[in-house]
Design a protein around this ligand. Structure first.
Ligand SMILES: [Zn+2]
Length: 197
């Protein structure tokens, strides 16, 4: 179902021309381009068959906290996956490590793009990165990229991975995108699903 609000045109602007291309391409010359919807982007994300990013956590143990309120009226726009400090964090998809960044809220973070550069995957509150991880490196689904921690504003007694997905805009900027709920994509097991080693 198409979103009634903010409306297809608004989503088209927010998702950007590249997302339009990913979502089926512009219409025939002279015809209006088909409007992408949040649902369509989430369906594409589900089709990526994302791996579970935290070792030892079952898909059935996930909680959907995407729309939870956070400080200053913000929406969470991510899910939190609790695990002991030092638990391995795996890449959910193939792609590229675009940015290793330390921020006040996120602590040690990783921004990864998928191979089509349609999505950005964001991993935050890491205790540390996997040895040798560097910006620009190709990564593969289930590759070790870091370890669960509490860096940034995570409570010290509640280590977890804060995991977010964004549909990238036309400029492919790691700090810009439209938040997509990763819960449905992570919760639905792809065919032949096996946990990362
Ligand atoms: Zn979070």
């Amino acid at each position: 179902m198409a979103l009634a609000a903010p409306g297809a045109a608004a989503w088209q602007r927010r998702l950007g021309a590249a997302a339009v291309a990913v979502l089926g391409g512009p219409g025939l010359a002279g015809a209006p381009a088909p409007a992408p919807t949040l649902d369509a982007a989430e369906a594409l994300l589900r089709a990526r068959s994302l791996a579970m990013p935290v070792a030892g956590v079952a898909r059935t143990a996930l909680h959907d906290t995407f729309t939870d309120a956070r400080s200053a009226g913000r929406r969470h726009d991510a899910i939190d996956i609790a695990a002991p400090r030092g638990t391995p964090v795996y890449a959910v998809d193939d792609g590229t490590v675009v940015k290793l960044f330390r921020s006040i809220p996120g602590g040690l973070t990783i921004y990864q793009f998928d191979p089509s550069r349609g999505f950005s995957y964001y991993y935050a509150h890491l205790d540390r990165y996997a040895e040798g991880l560097r910006e620009g490196a190709a990564v593969h689904r289930c590759e070790l990229i870091g370890y669960v921690g509490t860096t940034g504003n995570a409570p010290p007694e509640a280590p977890h991975l804060h995991f977010a997905v964004a549909a990238l805009g036309v400029d492919k900027l790691w700090w810009e995108g439209s938040a997509l709920n990763p819960y449905p994509a992570l919760r639905s097991a792809p065919a032949g699903d096996k946990p990362c080693p």
